[in-house]
Design a protein around this ligand. Structure first.
Ligand SMILES: [Fe+2]
Length: 159
């Protein structure tokens, strides 16, 4: 299991990565040889999944080309100095999610959802899958780094 229960009845984080690996093996056992693939949504058609063989949209291709080209160690260090002062804006998580919702992310080829819908959908899917609360929270806030785009950083610099 991905969490354990302490003496107070509270779920606590993992002790080590082996616990996570054990949880994954339990939750997603290898299918028997020859058994058909079982998708999360069995009604989703094969052509609805991302096709990694297909040519990416030019905007997406350019996004990742620039991202890989310019994300150096020195660049990251300079951005840490710039943004870790934490003096740009003070906001709670929900306010940050609403602020992020004003962003249109041209790096995501798979969804036309708003940022807020994407965050809620991700957290909810993780919850529905029965994962622990910390994992749900991670899903809920996983894209908040994109807020840097709203402070003038190009999209490619948020990941
Ligand atoms: Fe995301």
């Amino acid at each position: 299991m991905s969490t354990r229960t302490d003496t107070t009845g509270l779920k606590t984080p993992l002790n080590n990565l082996e616990e996570w690996e054990d949880f994954l093996k339990q939750r997603y056992p290898h299918p028997a040889a020859g058994a058909p693939f079982q998708a999360t949504n069995p009604n989703k058609k094969q052509e609805e999944f991302r096709n990694y063989e297909a040519t990416a949209r030019p905007t997406v291709r350019e996004f990742y080309r620039l991202n890989h080209r310019y994300q150096t160690f020195d660049f990251v260090q300079s951005k840490k100095r710039e943004f870790l002062s934490l003096d740009r804006r003070k906001m709670g998580i929900w306010e940050a999610m609403e602020f992020l919702n004003s962003l249109v992310d041209d790096s995501d080829p798979d969804t036309d959802l708003s940022q807020l819908e994407h965050l809620l959908q991700t957290g909810e899917q993780i919850r529905r899958d029965g994962h622990p609360r910390w994992f749900i929270l991670a899903g809920l806030i996983h894209d908040l780094g994109k807020i840097l785009c709203l402070f003038g950083e190009p999209h490619r610099r948020q990941s």
